[in-house]
Design a protein around this ligand. Structure first.
Ligand code: RBF
Ligand code: MG
Length: 384
């Protein structure tokens, strides 16, 4: 992560983009495009779709749906889930009295429909500006300038959080400070005009901008709303035990296209259930392994236990309960290995804390089907 360019303690207001920044708008694409393809006799290749989405900003995909006037009820908007860290960020800024605006190219009515699904969101914004309320959409600065104006503040006091290149361009043109949270991986070069580029909203450090810091980190870990995934253990790249001495029990990429778009990359930890063996502590990486420059997103859990044998094909159930850090690149393989072992020690220790230990008894770890329908829809993978 690039360090932010120095700023004075001038920032007092935050302006947030909606699609792809707070909301996982990508899911709307799979939920609309998939049935459409199927209806037209094409088979749905979720892997391809993910790549396709990766090439254009998620926001553009959402706008296509809006442009074509595809009928979307309020209820359907509610299928779009908040991105990791969105609720946490909104709550934090609100409870610390930092005024926030929402600035989106979407029509105002769509914004209203989308945020009405999420408790406490609407009340948290002192201004909402839609694409239909200004002359020119992003990358023009109009939307952001209007947001500042409605909050009665100067653009230079505003910190913008944006996932798209046009959004970053718009914010810069408005004379604001920008944190980019790219929805699309490996394109960080295009975001070089942003003041900071981060992986997910979990990595926002408000104190870097003179705003009140988060106080929810515990012993180097961040509790998250748990999510649940499962699948048969497959062979990874053969780099696990052979090169690193870290045998990861990889899950098949095809089976978590939803998950892949729903959960940003990073190092997480939690509990792992193996159908025939028991429940173990686990630390995992999700993402593109920047050190190896993978082209596909992978989920690589490392079970913190010495099994003494492989267990490919066995059903693995995971409860992911905490976050440690973004995936990073490293100057050497040794430093990567050292860091992964450090992650293991952090997870091992943290999982004894009651906030995390309580999930060890999740029924899902033993019988995923049981929880697949609850758990806030987070275990959809399982129904595939
Ligand atoms: N790969 C990276 O390129 N960067 C990382 O920061 C990184 N962190 C990891 C953290 C943990 C806990 C684990 C289990 C793996 C991590 N990896 C990371 C992935 C690692 O490179 C991968 O598991 C091996 O290449 C085996 O495929
Ligand atoms: Mg966006």
């Amino acid at each position: 992560m690039a360090a932010p360019k120095p700023v004075g303690l001038l920032i007092s207001h935050v302006i947030l983009d909606l699609d792809g920044t707070l909301l996982n708008t990508d899911s709307i694409v799979s939920r609309v495009v998939e049935p459409f393809l199927v209806k037209n006799g094409k088979s749905w290749d979720s892997k391809k779709a993910h790549k396709l989405v990766g090439k254009t900003p998620y926001e553009a995909a959402a706008l296509v749906i809006e442009d074509y006037g595809l009928p979307y009820s309020t209820e359907e908007w509610c299928n779009i889930k908040p991105l990791p860290g969105a609720n946490r960020l909104i709550k934090h800024l609100r409870s610390n009295g930092v005024p926030m605006a929402l600035a989106s190219n979407s029509p105002r009515s769509n914004i209203e429909a989308k945020i009405s699904c999420h408790e406490g969101w609407k009340e948290s914004f002192s201004a909402i500006v839609g694409g239909d309320e200004v002359e020119k959409a992003k990358p023009s600065p109009d939307i952001f300038l209007e947001g500042a104006k409605r909050m009665n503040t100067d653009p230079s006091n505003c910190l913008v959080i944006e996932d798209s290149v046009p959004g970053v361009t718009a914010g810069k043109a408005a004379g604001m400070h920008i944190i980019a949270v790219p929805s699309v991986p490996k394109k960080t070069a295009e975001f070089s005009s942003a003041d900071e580029v981060i992986n997910s909203l979990l990595d926002v450090r408000p104190e870097k901008w003179g705003l009140p810091p988060f106080d929810d980190w515990i012993e180097g870990t961040l509790p998250i709303e748990p999510w649940f995934i499962s699948g048969p253990v497959i062979k990874g790249f053969g780099r696990g035990s052979k090169v690193l001495g870290i045998p990861t029990a990889n899950l098949p990429a095809e089976s978590f296209s939803d998950l892949a778009s729903e959960h940003t990359s990073g190092v997480y930890f939690g509990w792992a259930g193996l159908s025939t063996r028991g429940i173990y502590k686990m630390v995992m990486s999700i993402g593109w392994n920047p050190y190896f420059d993978n082209t596909e997103k992978t989920v690589e859990p490392w079970l913190l236990n010495d099994f003494g044998e492989d267990f490919y094909g066995e059903e693995l159930h995971l409860a992911i309960v905490g976050y440690i850090r973004p995936e990073a690149n490293f100057p050497s393989l040794e430093s990567l290995i050292e860091r992964i072992h450090e992650d293991g020690r952090i997870a091992e220790k943290a999982l004894d804390l009651s906030v995390y230990a309580k999930y060890k008894d999740s029924p899902y770890l033993r019988n995923p089907l049981q929880q697949a329908n609850s758990a806030d829809g987070q275990a959809e993978l399982n129904s595939k």
